[in-house]
Design a protein around this ligand. Sequence first.
Ligand SMILES: [Zn+2]
Length: 427
Amino acid sequence: MKRRTALKVISQGSALLLLGPTQLAWGAKLLAVRAWPAEDYTRITLESDQPLKITHQLLTKPDRLVVDVEGLELTPTIKELVAKVKTDDPYIAQVRVGQFQAKVVRLVFDLKESIQPQLFTLDPVGDYQHRALFDLYPTVANDPLMKLVRNSTKKSAPPETEDPIGAIARKEAGKSDAKTTDIKPNSDKSIKRLLTIAIDPGHGGEDPGAIGKRGSREKDVVLSISKILRSKIEQEPDMRAYLTRDGDYFVPLHVRVNKARRIQADLFVSVHADAFVQPHAKGASVFALSQQGATSTAARWIANKENNADLIGGLNIKSQDKQVAQLLLDMSTTAQIKDSLKVGGSVLREIGGFAKLHKNHVEQASFAVLKAPDVPSILIETAFISNPEEEARLTDTNYQEQIATAILKGIRNYFAQNPPVAKSRQI
Ligand SMILES: [Zn+2]
C-alpha cells in the first residue's frame, strides 16, 4: 500500500514537471541496455546520461521481478532488452517492458526459478556513464566446489589420495572406491594427490579490461587462453582445473579469491593482457603479491589498474563482505608470497623460452586478486594488448596455445620441485 502511494506522488510530480521547463533535465536518456547471463548470476545493465531511480518488488506464483524505473520513457533502447535476454538465460524466462505511468517504465522479469536480486547504481567511471545494475542471483548460491566436482567426475585421483574432494567426486559419480576407506595416516609430506589449479581469466562482462588498437578486448583474449590452459591441465593425470569465470560476465575480485579458497586450490593463476601508457611497452610479466609496496613503478601502476576492475565491472559495495576483505588483507602470509615467487619464477622461465619478457624476474605489487592467505597466487600479464604487434599475437590461436603450454610447464616444474603436502586446511 505504501508503495502505491509513493508511485502516486511521483506521478503527480511528473505531471507538474511536464508543465515546466525542468522537464528536459528530469527525463534521463537511456544510452544502452546490456544483458550478461551466467550460471553464477545474470546481470542486466541500464546505462543512462543521468542517474535512474529504481524500485523493485519480488513476486511469487509465478516468480517475477518487477522493476520500476522513474524518469524514463519507453524508447526503442529499453525495448531492445526484450531481445537481448535469450531463451537460454539461466534465470530469466522473458522480459516484458511497458510504460507503467508517465515517466515510469516498468520491467517485468518472468523467472525460471526463485532468485535473490541485488539492484544498485554506479556513478560514471571510465567509458561508462550512470549505470543501474540488476543482479539476479539464484536463491541457493552455486557452490564452486560442487561445480569442480561435477566437472571432474571423469578424473579419478591416484589411489593413494587423501584428497577429500576427490573422494566426493567419486561418490558423486556413483563409483565406489574401496581404497578411499583404507587410508592410513601418512607422514610422508609428498603425498601424491590431485592438484587443483584455479585459473582466473581477468575482467569480464561490464569490465572489458584493456582494449587494443584493433579493438581486441582483454577479457576475451584471456578467457580464450584460460580455456586452453584448462583443457591442457585436464589432460594431466594428477591435475584438474577450475575457472573462476567460464563466460563473459563480471566476477568481483574478492569473489575470485574466495572461489579459489573454497575449492582448496593448490595454485591460483590470474591471466591478463594489459595496456600501458606507452604503446611500445611489450613483453610478458609475472606478478606475486607484495606486502611492502611495489617492486617498480610499472608494477604499482598495473596493480592499481587491475584493482580498479571492481569499479568498472560493477561491484555492489553494500553487499561486499567487509569482514572477508579485511581478513584477506591481514592474513596474507610471507609463506604464500614465497611460494608464489617460486611458481612465478618457474612460469616466467617457460614463457621466456619463446616470448619477450617485460622484466626477467617476478615482480611484486599489491594486487587484490592475489591476497588469498593460503593459496600461492600469481598474476600473468601475457603480453601488452596496447602494443599493436602483441595485440595481433594475443588473438592468434597458436600464440595462445604456446602461452598456455608454457604456463602449464611452469606449474608442472614447480610442483615437481615442491611436492604438495596433505591438505589440512579448514575453510
Ligand atoms: Zn587485466
